[in-house]
Write a protein of this length. Structure first.
Length: 92
């Protein structure tokens, strides 16, 4: 059995579509990532493009979630946090 075949076994029968989220979120082991790359390389071009589009869409979603366009915190939040810290420090 080759390393790629052994890595394929690590995927537990899951499809590439099922693994795309974990792939993008970097939740896979290195053998699992190699197995995905190996399996993707053997796909017909249409399915390979579908996997690539799914991965690209997930990366785009992550970028949107982490963009700097978030709302600023309420103005009074800093004061509330400082008062809470002050109260807790006096209790300690």
């Amino acid at each position: 059995m080759t390393n790629d075949e052994s890595a394929e076994d690590d995927l537990g029968g899951r499809t590439l579509a099922e693994l795309a989220d974990a792939f993008v979120l970097d939740l896979l082991t290195e053998p699992e990532r190699r197995a995905i790359a190996s399996r993707r390389a053997r796909l017909d071009p249409c399915r390979a493009r579908a996997f690539d589009r799914r991965v690209a869409a997930l990366y785009a979603t992550l970028a949107d979630l982490t963009s700097g366009d978030s709302c600023p915190p309420p103005a009074e939040l800093e004061d509330r946090v400082r008062r809470a810290v002050d109260i807790l420090s006096r209790l300690a």
